[in-house]
Each structure stands twice: as C-alpha cells, then as structure tokens.
Design a protein around this ligand. Structure first.
Ligand SMILES: [Fe+2]
Length: 335
C-alpha cells in the first residue's frame, strides 16, 4: 500500500464530474490530495492501490449503490477505521439509518454548504492524525518497555523498577501541570533512566555488602553511559536529560556532575524523586523496604537539600492523598 505521509489523501466517489472537481479543489484547502473516481468499480480498484485517510462517497451512482462500497471498505481489516462521509440527495430517514448502520460516519445532504463539508473533513482528518500519533507512540513505548525489561530482568532487585518509576513520574508530572509534549518524553525518560546499567555487572547490582570505591565509581558511570546510548537516536534525544541527571542532588552530592539545584534540569529533578521513592519502598540487596510513611518523611527531609522542594511537596501530597502503591516488595537498588 502506498500512502502519502505528509498530505492526507481523500478518496472521492462521485459520478458528477463537475462536482467532483469542485470538491477536489475544496479538499485542497485543508491540504488534502483527492483521488476522484466516478464508479464503485473504480473506487474498489483505487482502494487496492492506496489506503485513503478519508472517504467521501456519493450514494447514488451509475453502477450501483454507494452503500455497497461502504460495506466493501468496512469488511476489510485496514478499512475499518477510515472515516466515511456520505454525500447524497436522498433524504429519507431509512436510507440514512441504513447508511449509518453499514458504517457511514457522517451523512451530508445535497446541496450542502462547502463550509459545512470542509468542517466535517477537517474534523475527521485531525482525529485520524491524533489516532495515528497515539498508535505510533504506543508502539514506541512498548519497544522501550521491552528494552527496560531486558536490563531489569538480570536481577530481582531491579525488576519492575522502571515501570513503577514511569507511573510515579507521570502522576507527578501531571500534578505539576507539565504539558502533553513534556509528558510524552517524561514517559520515555522514566522508562529509560537506568538504561546505562546494561554495562554494570549483575554481581555489583546484586551485591549485599557495601561497594568498594571502584565498584561505586563504576555504578556512577551509568547516567553517562545511558546518555551516550541515546545520543544517536534522533526521536529520543529529548529523553537524554532524564537519563543523564537523575542522580544529581540539590546540595551537589549527586553524580556525575555534582550540580547544584538550579543547574539540574527539571527532567532530572523529577525522576530523582520518583526513582528515590521507589527505591526506598522496595527491598534492596542490603536492606529491607521502608514503609511508605517513612519514605515520604525521608523525602520531605530532603526537600530543598537533595530534591527540588516544590516537586517533593507535590509528590508527598499526591502519595498522601491516596495515589496507588506500585511497588511489589521485590526490591530495587538506587546506587
Ligand atoms: Fe539510576
């Protein structure tokens, strides 16, 4: 199937050629390319060569009833979600009801106002675009989740951590009023924040006793290793600050750059809270999980010292107001 990526394509089934030309010009006003066909046979042939973003169909045609074409489209897997707009001079209620039952989304009665048709077209094209965007984002998220799972599966202490951080981070981003675009990258950032741990040997991640200075130094490379891994992935570039700065702390005691609060990007400040909280309420190889109240009190003590003050307050409020507990007591480490 060939499908234009940038411009939406409309399949127009209309046997009045003069009207088809006027409508094609109209659709160009919303940036769409129109493929006009005068017959049902032609429309079926067109559907075999490309997948339209939208279909506009006259229902009374020389070679049959347009409803037959609507049925043909709806029976095909790839045709189920295409918006279909019927344009017809037939006004009786049963015809309109049948058209809707067979899968027509909108029914415009001829003669119609060009502005009316354009509004309907614009509305459906925008929805199609939004749906496609969501579907592609969901597909990306699934792939990224798989990547996070691969890294975490090496140790029972890291299993499920990124998914919980993702959910805590999204809750926090939402109460902080982050924009939709920011939330998209926040989700990826939360899932990928520890991706650099792929280079840390499992024995170190699972070590029960204190780490040697060399082992600690190795652990502290993971933000930069992760950022380096994402460097060449164009659509994940905005995720780098989450990976690179999630271990920075406001008093400069974090790593890798020992930045003070005002120099830590908000992405890093937010993940630091979600990440720390999940680590506190989970078992670590070297200690038991803390109770929720104890962890929240510890976060509050770190407000403005380790963590962004406003973000910590928002998070603690959120958790006290009954946000769901996500950790499974399986444990995690925050080294
Ligand atoms: Fe980390």
């Amino acid at each position: 199937m060939i499908k234009a990526k940038s411009q939406p394509r409309i399949l127009l089934l209309e046997d009045d050629l003069a009207l088809a030309e006027v409508m094609s010009e109209l659709f160009a006003e919303v940036g769409a390319i129109t493929e006009a066909v005068p017959s049902i046979g032609g429309a079926i042939r067109a559907m075999r060569s490309f997948l339209p973003d939208l279909i506009v169909a006259d229902l009374r045609l020389a070679d049959g009833n347009g409803i037959d074409f609507v049925e043909y489209v709806r029976q095909r897997e790839e045709g189920r979600a295409i918006p279909i707009i019927a344009v017809s001079a037939v006004v009786d209620k049963s015809t309109i009801a049948t058209a809707r039952r067979k899968g027509v989304d909108e029914y415009l009665i001829k003669p119609f106002q060009p502005a009316e048709l354009l509004a309907v077209i614009r509305n459906h094209l925008q929805r199609q675009k939004a749906i496609a965007k969501l579907a592609s984002r969901e597909a990306h998220i699934q792939t990224v989740k798989m990547l996070a799972n691969v890294i975490e599966a090496r140790s029972k202490y890291t299993r499920g951590h990124s998914e919980r951080v993702r959910r805590y981070a999204l809750m926090l981003g939402e109460v902080l009023g982050w924009s939709d675009d920011e939330m998209v990258f926040l989700e990826f950032g939360a899932l990928l924040h520890d991706i650099g741990k792929i280079q840390i040997p499992t024995e170190i991640i699972e070590k029960a006793g204190p780490l040697t200075p060399e082992e600690q130094a190795l652990i502290e490379t993971h933000p930069q290793v992760g950022a380096e891994m994402l460097r060449d992935v164009e659509h994940l570039k905005p995720v780098i600050p989450y990976v690179l700065y999630h271990h920075e702390r406001c008093d400069g005691s974090g790593y890798p750059f020992h930045l003070p609060c005002e120099e830590i990007p908000p992405e890093g400040r937010l993940i630091a809270i979600a990440d720390s909280y999940d680590a506190m309420v989970s078992n670590r190889p070297y200690r038991e999980a803390k109770l929720k109240e104890v962890a929240l009190a510890e976060l509050m003590r770190g407000a403005g010292v380790l963590y962004d003050e406003e973000m910590v307050r928002a998070f603690v409020n959120l958790m006290q107001e009954g946000a769901p507990e996500l950790h499974g007591r399986k444990g995690d480490d925050l080294r």
